[in-house]
Design a protein around this ligand. Structure first.
Ligand SMILES: Nc1ncnc2c1ncn2[C@@H]1O[C@H](COP(=O)(O)OP(=O)(O)O)[C@@H](O)[C@H]1O
Ligand SMILES: [Mg+2]
Length: 228
């Protein structure tokens, strides 16, 4: 049912990583999840070829500007959650996906605060809102934040966004080796062992908090999805 898109024209903002983390958490709870892999690098499709992809997580990869709306609609009819990993441009495909979304997350690197990319995405969302005559819930997701330092710069970023009336998730995605390793080892965070990966428990906690906040946001917006 709910469609959650990850958008930011800036490459390396953490779209693909956070999309897979959310999908993995929801799938681990037993939900039927579909990922629309619209990233031309196809990282998630490659991840799916490694061992450990849960059976209740489906990946759809042959997506174009013309077919993305059909793909999202078909996936939403079957899956409890549809997660769309978008390309790093502000294309018609991205606009179409945004138009179909119940929630748009805008991963933004906390340290560098790529404000330009985030602002572009918000502009795209506002246009889609006007065209569809409905509001499209959206939030900034700060990514690749430091585990060690709760920096003043990051607090400033949050304050500025807050002043501008832009929602920011209170959970940020911390820079963790485990989140990179997922793409090398395959499977979910639950499958990685502490011998292979450092700080795995912290990484799991982070992903769990992120998914919990997304579910709460969907519920608050009146979008219901049953999760075990
Ligand atoms: N939270 C994180 N911790 C560690 N590495 C990360 C994290 N987020 C992203 N990366 C790494 O940064 C690079 C870009 O991230 P990615 O998720 O592919 O961004 P995007 O999809 O926005 O281009 C990848 O090499 C990825 O492994
Ligand atoms: Mg990507």
């Amino acid at each position: 049912m709910p469609v959650i898109s990850f958008a930011n024209p800036k490459g390396g903002a953490g779209k693909t990583t956070s999309a897979l983390l959310l999908a993995g958490e929801l799938a681990a709870k037993g939900a039927r999840v579909a990922i629309i892999d619209a990233d031309p690098e196809r990282w998630i499709s490659q991840w799916a070829k490694l061992p450990g992809k849960p059976a209740n997580l489906d990946i759809f990869a042959d997506v174009t500007e013309d077919t993305i709306v059909d793909h999202i609609e078909t996936a939403a009819a079957k899956a409890q959650f549809v997660i769309v990993d978008l390309e790093g441009t502000a294309s018609l495909m991205v606009a179409n996906a945004i138009g179909m979304s119940d929630l748009v997350l805008i991963p933004t690197q906390g340290a560098s605060m790529d404000a330009k990319g985030a602002a572009k995405t918000i502009k795209l969302i506002r246009n889609q809102e006007r065209m569809a005559r409905r509001s499209i819930p959206h939030s900034i997701l700060l990514t690749r934040t430091s585990a060690a330092i709760a920096s003043r710069a990051l607090r400033n970023v949050r304050e500025q966004l807050d002043k501008a009336g832009i929602d920011v998730l209170s959970t940020s995605i911390v820079e963790r080796a485990a989140f990179r390793d997922l793409f090398d080892f395959g499977g979910l965070l639950a499958d990685l062992s502490s011998d292979q990966v450092s700080n795995i428990e912290k990484a799991r906690e982070n992903a769990r908090a992120f998914a919990g906040e997304v579910i709460a946001k969907l519920k608050a917006g009146g979008v219901t999805a049953k999760v075990a």
